[in-house]
Design a protein around this ligand. Structure first.
Ligand code: ZN
Length: 372
């Protein structure tokens, strides 16, 4: 059910356009996936998510497993039915939250043991369990359980985390094959911290196991952006060209443009949605804060020419008023614009790649972004 094909490659950079087929529809790449942590892209209905231009979203395994729990989601035959989203869904493995959010989190060869951040109940998340939960969520693209590390990390620690991630990837693949669920894709995650040789080894070991696609994990964890791009520049070509390449948890519009130029196909990040709720809005002419007094009497939309629902119908002055008054409509309208901006940025990059004009696009993107 899952397949991916590159249909065009930029001649001057490694940017590429592709088509990914999943059980719930076709995804054109490069693509940005809004984060729907708790079976909701915060403040938006599924119709609004689609209207804002997103056709694949991300769900968080750790959160959904703890609340509402798989027994509830099973009543709806998975996440699609539960949240009424008919498009593709990618789920993470739960490892990152078990590591960063849960209480008393411990990693052994077996998996993560942790206590729920909600009610303190004890759990163990093994590679097999991560696959089992994601299968019951009905995820179109599942991720292998990986071992996350803090930044900065010593090489020894990064190396042993990458090795354990590889071992867990093998167990995830076995569990996936035993279920015979070929309609769900399974991606391997490259780890190795900020060490190129470790990243290369991690990629090589995973590629031997043959996954549906590959991700770079453990980036954008506090390192300077130059290091993040340097590691991605090195690690992305270590992955097979015919498979989708996903850079997890990144980033700003500038990060996305640079990573697409380095050959990445898929992205997710809380930035457009979380920042919308803090009044930050992304536009082609720079990132703005709607609190700014310059919007007080602004009768124009926040981004002139933007075709999103928010900009077609509301002024900067109205959005500023809603935000200052803490009206809940503010969160929704700001989120609609930001998701639209991110998904349109990806569509524009794709069009530029197809026209073999990616470098022209990139120059123009920076020229305009610096105008604000
Ligand atoms: Zn807009």
């Amino acid at each position: 059910m899952f397949n991916f094909a590159v249909i065009s490659e930029s001649k001057e950079t490694r940017a590429r356009a592709g088509v990914m087929k999943t059980s719930h529809g076709v995804v054109e790449t490069p693509v940005f996936m809004p984060v729907g942590t708790l079976a909701s892209v915060k403040s938006l209905s599924p119709e609004e998510i689609a209207e804002a231009g997103a056709n694949i979203i991300l769900g968080n395994t750790y959160h959904l497993y703890l609340r509402p729990g798989c027994d509830v989601i099973n009543l709806f035959s998975g996440l699609h039915g539960f949240m009424n989203w008919s498009g593709p869904i990618l789920t993470d493995s739960g490892g990152f939250q078990a590591f960063s959010l849960a209480k008393l989190s411990k990693i052994t060869e077996e998996g993560y043991t942790f206590q729920s951040h909600i009610d303190g109940s004890s759990h163990i998340l093994t590679p097999e369990k991560a696959v089992e939960i994601q299968l019951s969520l009905g995820s179109d693209i599942m991720m292998c359980l990986d071992q996350c590390i803090k930044y900065p990390a010593e090489k020894k620690e990064a190396g042993s985390a990458a090795d354990l991630t590889t071992e867990w990837a093998g167990r995830c693949k076995k569990a996936w094959q035993e279920k015979g669920e070929s309609k769900n894709a399974l991606f391997g995650i490259v780890q190795g911290g900020m060490y190129k040789d470790l990243r290369e080894k991690s990629a090589r070991d995973l590629v031997k196991m043959e996954f549906s696609g590959y991700a770079l994990g453990g980036l954008s964890v506090g390192e300077p952006v130059e290091i993040m791009l340097d590691i991605a520049d090195y690690a992305l070509p270590c992955l097979p060209g015919e498979k989708p390449k996903y850079v997890m948890g990144v980033g700003t519009p500038e990060n996305l443009v640079e990573l697409v130029a380095l050959g990445a196909d898929m992205f997710d990040c809380v930035l457009p949605t979380r920042n919308a709720r803090n009044g930050q809005m992304f536009t082609g002419r720079g990132t703005i804060n709607i609190c700014n007094s310059r919007f007080k009497y602004d009768t124009k939309p926040v981004e002139e020419g933007c075709l999103c629902y928010t900009c077609r119908n509301y002024s900067g002055a109205y959005l500023r008023h809603l935000f200052m008054a803490k009206e809940i409509l503010a969160y929704r309208l700001n989120t609609i614009h930001n998701v639209y901006y991110y998904t349109k940025l990806m569509r524009d990059m794709r069009a530029a790649i197809l026209n073999d004009a990616f470098e022209v696009f990139r120059k123009e993107f920076y020229r305009k972004r610096h105008e604000a």
